[in-house]
Design a binder for this molecule. Structure first.
Ligand code: SAH
Length: 393
């Protein structure tokens, strides 16, 4: 048992947390002087206004999500043992899903560890803490990682912009071992390369793993255009799977270099072009070029709620241009990794864009992130990735 300061829910507030959600918003708690003076990230016990125990979590008086619960046990000791138990549960889940140690090992609330994501690349892990609470608990978490998987290298990728909301600074460093310049990723039988933050803010997007495999199957014998190809996630597995011709577009030279390295390592041919996707799609459409499979997996167009309308328009335009270069009876994947556009709205913009290209389509597959990105069942809104696959006439 541990002694923690108490944060109290207001009368009749906190319905969601009582039902099982791990979040409490700032307007749901008694924000008195004692609460306001707690240092950001303090461990606390959460109680209802009638004194009923709710659990142990961490608190940030400056954040909209004031409390994130770590356990339903009150007065819980949040030490390396606590994290070892959580990591071992996450490891058992991944062991059931994957044959190799390449996956997102911890997906925050979905794995019972709010405020942290951990990606595993065999003996190399990258850890990203997004809250003041998890930043404070990082030493215990790192000790637990050593006990659970003994990684050779641990990179702290603490450079996500959302950290500013929690009053945290931005940095990338090796907490254990050396910062690697390139790391190898094994996924869907293909070999890729990623840069874990040496020079630029990158990494590997495991969330699209199953969608990459799905598209690779559709691509057999077809020409493929992978727009926003990054390190070749969709392109390389499609080429390995027997696509007749594969091209990728990205604006980042360093991403294209990773994609080219992957093509060589997999002994496949693919052309990677440095260009703005909108410009290149306009050019290809004007030249009446067509591809049997088109993939458009852009960076988030809706970064915050106020960007919803311009971002939605950009998704619509991308859908129109991508559909216009999709061959008759070809397949088109349109994806969004924006938390801030609801799935229905994204689907609507895609549908309108495809129709504006003068194409008829059938939606054949709707997917999100893979199972190494579990969603807390009380937080469906944290499922950010939307991938829609259309068969065009
Ligand atoms: N599909 C990739 C992930 C894409 S991430 C995968 O499966 O791994 C988004 C990519 O879009 C990044 O590589 C970024 O460099 C690129 N990008 C961002 N803006 C762009 C633009 N205007 N034109 C082309 N590429 C762009």
């Amino acid at each position: 048992m541990a002694e923690h300061p108490v944060i109290r829910l207001k009368a009749r507030a906190g319905r969601r947390v009582r039902l099982g959600a791990p979040w409490v918003f700032s307007n749901e708690i008694v924000m008195d002087q004692a609460a306001k003076s707690l240092p950001p990230g303090s461990l606390i016990d959460l109680k209802a206004d009638d004194g009923q125990n709710i659990g142990t979590g961490y608190f940030n008086p400056a954040s909209l999500i004031s409390v994130r619960l770590l356990t339903r046990e009150t007065g819980a000791l949040i030490d390396a043992e606590f994290f070892i138990a959580a990591l071992n549960r996450a490891l058992r889940r991944r062991a059931a899903l994957y044959d190799e140690p390449f996956y997102r090992l911890v997906h925050a609330e979905g794995d019972g560890l709010p405020g942290v994501v951990i990606d595993r690349f065999d003996e190399i892990v990258s850890v990203q803490a997004t809250t003041a609470g998890m930043e404070k608990l990082t030493p215990e978490l790192l000790a637990a990682l050593d006990a659970a998987i003994a990684p050779r290298t641990v990179i702290l990728r603490n450079d996500t912009p959302s950290r500013a909301l929690e009053g945290l600074d931005s940095y990338v460093k090796a907490a254990k071992g050396e910062m690697p310049s390139r790391i190898a990723v094994s996924e869907n039988g293909a070999r890729y390369f990623a840069d874990l933050g040496g020079g630029q803010k990158t990494g590997w997007y495991y969330d699209q793993r199953d969608n990459r495999a799905f598209m690779a199957k559709l691509a057999r014998g077809k020409s493929v255009l992978d727009a926003y190809c990054y390190a070749g996630g969709f392109a390389i597995v499609a080429a390995r799977g027997g696509a007749s011709d594969v091209g990728g577009i990205d604006s980042s030279q360093s991403a294209l270099a990773l994609a080219e390295e992957a093509a060589a390592a997999n002994q496949v041919k693919a052309r990677f072009v440095k260009a703005d996707v909108f410009d290149e799609l306009e050019r290809l459409a004007a030249a009446k070029e067509k591809f049997g499979v088109v993939i458009a997996d852009p960076p988030p167009f809706v970064k915050s709620r106020k960007d919803l309308e311009p971002g939605a328009k950009a998704y619509r335009k991308l859908a129109r241009l991508a559909a216009s270069v999709t061959a008759p009876e070809g397949f088109l994947l349109l994806a969004s990794c924006s938390h801030n556009i609801p799935a229905e709205r994204f689907a609507q913009e895609c549908a309108i864009g495809i129709a504006r290209a003068g194409r008829n389509a059938a939606l054949i597959h709707q997917a999100g992130a893979g199972p190494d990105h579990p969603v807390h069942p009380m937080l469906p809104e944290t499922a950010y990735l939307k991938a829609l696959v259309y068969a065009l006439d």
